[in-house]
Design a protein around this ligand. Structure first.
Ligand code: ZN
Length: 77
């Protein structure tokens, strides 16, 4: 019984970071391309896709490229 609980808890902690990624990154798509400055790579972008990134230091608007980078980086960890 004790072993079963340990396994359950182990599985839970493994899944928590992924859930957090989904909550902290939200992708929005608009009908027309908008010009904005990505707050992560500080590059001016013209895109239909914008990503809202909730960080510990506040909300940031980032580009689709950075979105992919963050996901790739976190999945590796
Ligand atoms: Zn960017």
């Amino acid at each position: 019984m004790g072993l079963l609980i340990e396994m359950e808890e182990g599985r839970k902690t493994k899944f928590v970071p992924q859930e957090r990624i989904m909550e902290s990154l939200k992708r929005y798509k608009s009908f027309t391309a908008e010009t904005f400055v990505c707050e992560r790579c500080t590059t001016q972008k013209k895109s239909k896709t914008k990503v809202v990134w909730e960080t510990n230091s506040g909300r940031k608007i980032i580009c689709n490229g950075c979105y992919g980078e963050i996901l790739a980086k976190r999945t590796k960890e």
